[in-house]
Design a protein around this ligand. Structure first.
Ligand SMILES: *[C@@H]1O[C@H](CO)[C@@H](O)[C@H](O)[C@H]1NC(C)=O
Ligand SMILES: [Cu+2]
Length: 235
């Protein structure tokens, strides 16, 4: 059996360059490393958009670090998700710069943020960032130490939610499966709020392998990019 240096380097790069959400902030205050998060044991991707693992991870990345806590968040306040290369990465170890792609954040109402199974239906997007012609969301994430900050909509009903952060790495997305989906769900309890009911999608369901943002040649020099899924809900 031949074993080339090139394939050895590729294998090393593919295992060393993943990412995982490891910390939640509410209005800039850390909720503690791994707290209020449903975390897999491993920072690898999901690649099958029809799999149940696309909802809140699992499958090849067993969810064996699931917090017993729910973090309180007032509607209208700011929540930051911090991506790190591994479960315990330092601030400057976010993700390999090869892993360019969009970042999205979704929410779904659940009866009990700690104990409810991840729902397939009921997801609404609250944030997305793709490519502006010179920088990808992932480039900005690396420059920002792994943090993305989103506003919890002020008009949604109070109660328990799963908050799902998702990063899609497109370095191998020229054919499907190839795009690498990195997602984790946070357990939050929204206080205040209102009574607006956002339009929702299913996960799995909202994505198809043929979506232009999922089968995408990162190296073709495109100046635009179509982010997968629905457009974000606004109050
Ligand atoms: C893209 O975003 C970056 C970072 O915010 C900014 O510096 C750059 O000017 C933007 N480029 C374009 C073409 O808008
Ligand atoms: Cu990777």
């Amino acid at each position: 059996m031949k074993f080339s240096v090139a394939s050895a380097l590729l294998a090393a790069a593919s295992v060393s360059a993943h990412t995982i959400i490891d910390e939640l902030y509410v209005n800039g205050v850390s909720q503690g490393l791994h707290n209020c998060l449903r975390l897999p044991s491993y920072d690898g991707p999901i690649t099958d958009v029809t799999s149940g693992d696309i909802t809140c991870n699992g499958g090849p990345n067993p969810l064996n670090t699931v917090s017993k806590n729910v973090c309180g968040v007032a509607a209208g306040s700011q929540v930051s998700l911090r991506w790190g290369h591994t479960l315990d990465s330092g601030p400057n170890d976010v993700i390999d710069a090869s892993h360019k792609g969009p970042i999205m954040v979704y929410m779904a109402k659940v009866s009990d943020a700690v104990n409810s199974a991840p729902p397939t239906s009921g997801w609404f997007k609250i944030y997305e960032d793709g490519y502006n012609g010179s920088q990808w969301a992932v480039d900005k994430l690396i420059a920002n130490g792994g943090k993305v900050t989103v506003t919890i909509p002020s008009c949604i009903p109070a109660g328990d939610y799963l908050l799902r952060g998702e990063l899609v790495a497109l370095h191998a997305a020229g054919s499907y499966p190839g795009a690498q989906f990195y997602m984790e769900c946070a357990q939050i309890r929204v206080t205040g709020g209102g009574s607006k009911a956002p339009a929702t999608v299913s996960l799995p369901g909202a994505y198809k392998g043929s979506d232009p943002g999922i089968t995408f040649n990162l190296y073709a020099g495109a100046k635009t990019y179509t982010i997968p899924g629905p457009r974000p809900f606004t109050c």
